[in-house]
Design a protein around this ligand. Sequence first.
Ligand SMILES: [Zn+2]
Length: 159
Amino acid sequence: MFFAGRKHDVNVRGAFLHMLADAGVSAAVIVAGLTVWLTGLAWIDPAISVAIVGLILWSSWGLLRESLDLALDAAPRGIDVAAVRAHLRSWPGVAAVHDLHVWAMSANAAALTAHIVRPEGSDDAFLTNLRESIKARFGIGHVTLQVEREKPEDCVECD
Ligand SMILES: [Zn+2]
């Protein structure tokens, strides 16, 4: 169950890595114990310990980064914000996009807010279609769009 879910949810991945590390450490301790017992080479014990520490550090590094991204409201790694911006910008009727923000709400849900400059005004179909296209293409379910008729004068990211 943990193996199957480890790619999609940072919590499941954490549990999976934890159990994997536990099993690995137990196996290594048994092997080290048997080897020391059979050969009398006592240095094998600390050597295996150092190797286990290295393995735990290596396996938790990605998890730590992903958790930090969540804590810092960074855009999820799987979502290319530049591609999202290009998608919004290329939508029919859109003249400019600014104040685009993408962040993770939880381990498997993302949110997006953006200002859409649309000189022709707005209607529900425009918003519904754009929202559904973002959900289908980028997997972002919580989308909030603000439609404006004109670019703000001080807009630096509008093209
Ligand atoms: Zn605006």
